[in-house]
Design a protein around this ligand. Structure first.
Ligand code: ATP
Ligand code: MG
Length: 472
C-alpha cells in the first residue's frame, strides 16, 4: 500500500516540545513530536471561534477526550481570515460523540463522521484516523490496486497518525482546547507565513490516493494566493486525467467550492495552468483552445462578474457559470446541425439538451440547476425576434433575466450583435405601454395587464427577484 507508511512521508527538522501525554515507542520512532506553539505565541483568539464549535470542544474535553479545532479554520484564523466552517478532531469515536450530543448524527461511508447541529451551523467532528497495520488496513481501509485511490478509510488512531493523512501542511494544524496551543507536526505554520501550499508526503502518492486533492490544490492556491510547491506543480499535469475517475457528485461539490466562493477567476486560471480544467469541462476546453482570444475573455468576464457578486454579498447560482461554460460548444454544435438542414430553433434546442446531458454525466449538476441552465442556452435564439407577442412573452418570462445576462456577455465578447443587446437593454427601461409599441403590439387589453402584473418592469442591472437568476 503505497503512501500509508510513515516512511513514505517527508521529514522535517523539528523543534520538538513533547505533547502532554506519552507516545508509544513505535509511534514515537515513526512520527516526530509536534512543535507546540503556546497561546502567547500565536494570534488565534477564542473570540474569533464560533461559539458552537467552542461548545463542542469543551464538552468533549470535559468528558475526558482530546479535542482540537483542525483544518481550514485554524489556517484561516492564523491568516486573519474568517473561517467558512469549523471542524473538530478528537480521539472520541463517532458513537461516543453521538452519545455526548443529542443534536448530532453520524454520516459518511468512506469516512464516518459526526455532525453536531446548532440551527443552521453544523460542526463536523471527526475521530483521529490511524495509519493502521496491514491486517487492520485490509479490513477497514481499501486502496485500489489499479489507481492507488483510497476507497475506504475507517481506521481510528491518534493525532500523531491523523496528521499524515491530511492534504496540505497549512491544513494540518491543530488548536488544542485544553490549553489553546497549536500543534504543528508538518511545518504548517512556517508554510502559512511563507504563503506556501505544500502537500504532506510524496505528491504522486497523495494525488493518486485521492485525485480531488489536485482540485483542492488549485482551489487553495486561488483562494489563499499561496504558491503551490514545485513538486506538486510538476506532477499534477501528469496525473490530471485521474480526475476522470472521480464520482460526478463529488466533482459538483468541488465545482461549487471552486467557482461560487468569490475566487472563481483565480480558480479557473489555476485549473487551466495545471491541465485540470479540461477534465472538468472537456467540451468547453476543446472549444476554448489556448484561451487567449475572445473566447477566453468571454469566460473570464463571466467569472469576474460572479466574483464581484460574491464580494458584494449578492446571490449567485451555479447554473449561470455552467451555462456560460457550455455556451460556446452548444452554439458550435447547433450551427453544425443547422448546416445539415435542421431549423435553427430545433438545432439549438437539441445541442443544448445534448451538451447539458454530456456535462452532467461528468459533473453531477442537480436538476434544479441544469434545467434552468439548458433553458437559458436555448432561449438565446429568442433575442433575434424583436417584434410581436412572442417577444413580449419572452421579456416577461421567468428565465429572461439570466438569458439576457448571457446575451450581454456574448455581445461584449463579439459573439452577439451589440446593437441587439442594446435594444433589449433599452426595451427593459421602457414603460409597459412603450414596450408594446416598440414590439409592434396594440394597447394592452385586460389580459395583457394581468399577465404583466406581478414583478412589474425589470430595470437593467436590478437584482433578481428569484434565486435562480444571476444578473451578470
Ligand atoms: P475550506 O476553507 O474550504 O473549508 P478546509 O481546509 O477546511 O477548507 P475541508 O474540505 O473543510 O477543507 O476539510 C477539512 C480538513 O480535512 C482539511 O483542512 C484537511 O486537513 C482535511 N481534508 C479534507 N479533504 C481532504 C482530502 N481530500 N485529503 C486529505 N485531507 C483532506
Ligand atoms: Mg472546512
Amino acid at each position: 500500500m503505497p503512501g500509508l507508511r510513515a516512511g513514505c512521508y517527508y521529514r522535517y527538522a523539528w523543534q520538538s516540545h513533547k505533547p502532554g501525554f506519552l507516545l508509544t515507542d513505535s509511534i514515537q520512532a515513526d512520527h516526530p513530536a509536534p512543535q507546540i506553539i503556546p497561546r502567547s505565541e500565536h494570534n488565534i483568539s477564542r473570540a474569533d471561534i464560533s461559539r458552537h464549535a467552542l461548545k463542542v470542544l469543551y464538552r468533549l474535553k470535559d468528558a475526558g477526550y482530546q479535542a482540537f479545532l483542525v483544518g481550514g479554520s485554524v489556517r484561516d484564523l492564523l491568516l486573519g481570515r474568517h473561517p467558512k466552517d469549523f471542524d473538530v478532531a478528537t480521539d472520541a469515536h463517532p458513537e461516543d460523540v453521538r452519545a455526548l450530543f443529542g443534536n448530532s448524527r453520524l454520516i459518511g461511508r468512506r469516512f464516518r463522521l459526526a455532525h453536531v447541529r446548532f440551527g443552521s451551523e453544523i460542526i463536523e467532528v471527526a475521530t483521529f484516523r490511524g495509519l493502521g497495520t496491514e491486517e487492520v488496513a485490509s479490513e477497514h481501509r481499501e486502496v485500489s490496486a489499479e489507481t492507488g485511490r483510497l476507497i475506504r478509510d475507517n481506521v481510528y488512531g491518534s493525532i500523531e497518525e491523523d496528521v499524515w493523512r491530511r492534504d496540505f501542511t497549512a491544513n494540518a494544524l491543530y488548536y488544542n482546547i485544553a490549553d489553546f496551543s497549536i500543534w504543528d507536526f508538518t511545518g504548517g505554520v512556517a508554510d502559512i507565513q511563507a504563503r506556501r501550499l505544500r502537500i504532506i508526503g510524496d505528491p504522486e502518492t497523495r494525488f493518486r490516493e485521492d485525485p480531488v486533492r489536485m482540485l483542492r490544490a488549485a482551489r487553495f492556491a486561488a483562494k489563499l494566493g499561496f504558491e503551490l510547491d514545485p513538486a506538486s506543480a510538476r506532477i499534477i499535469p501528469q496525473l490530471a486525467s485521474l480526475i476522470d475517475g472521480v464520482p460526478p457528485a463529488r466533482l459538483f461539490d468541488e465545482f461549487m467550492k471552486l467557482f461560487q466562493s468569490g475566487h472563481a477567476l483565480q480558480s479557473y486560471r489555476q485549473l487551466r495552468q495545471y491541465g485540470l480544467f479540461e477534465h472538468l469541462f472537456p467540451t468547453t476546453a476543446a472549444w476554448l483552445g489556448p484561451g487567449t482570444d475572445a473566447r477566453g475573455r468571454f469566460l473570464e468576464a463571466a467569472l469576474a462578474s460572479t466574483d464581484a457578486r460574491v464580494a458584494a454579498d449578492r446571490p449567485v447560482t451555479p447554473m449561470f457559470l455552467l451555462g456560460v461554460f457550455l455556451w460556446g460548444p452548444v452554439a458550435d454544435r447547433a450551427a453544425a446541425q443547422a448546416a445539415q438542414g435542421m431549423s435553427d430553433f430545433q438545432a439549438l434546442a437539441v445541442a443544448a439538451a445534448d451538451l447539458t446531458r454530456e456535462q452532467t454525466e461528468r459533473i453531477a449538476v442537480p436538476r434544479r440547476f441544469s434545467i434552468p441552465m439548458r433553458e437559458m442556452l436555448q432561449l438565446q435564439i429568442r433575442f433575434d425576434k424583436t417584434r410581436g407577442a412572442r417577444a413580449l412573452a419572452f421579456l416577461e418570462s421567468k428565465r429572461f433575466r439570466a438569458a439576457y445576462d448571457l446575451l450581454l456577455l456574448r455581445a461584449a465578447a463579439g459573439n452577439a450583435d451589440a446593437g441587439l443587446a442594446q435594444w433589449w437593454t433599452t426595451l427593459q427601461g421602457l414603460s409597459p405601454e412603450e414596450q408594446r409599441r416598440e414590439l409592434g403590439l396594440g394597447r394592452a387589453g385586460p389580459a395583457g395587464r394581468r399577465r404583466r402584473g406581478r414583478g412589474g418592469r425589470r430595470g437593467h442591472g436590478a437584482d433578481s427577484v428569484e434565486g435562480d437568476r444571476q444578473p451578470a
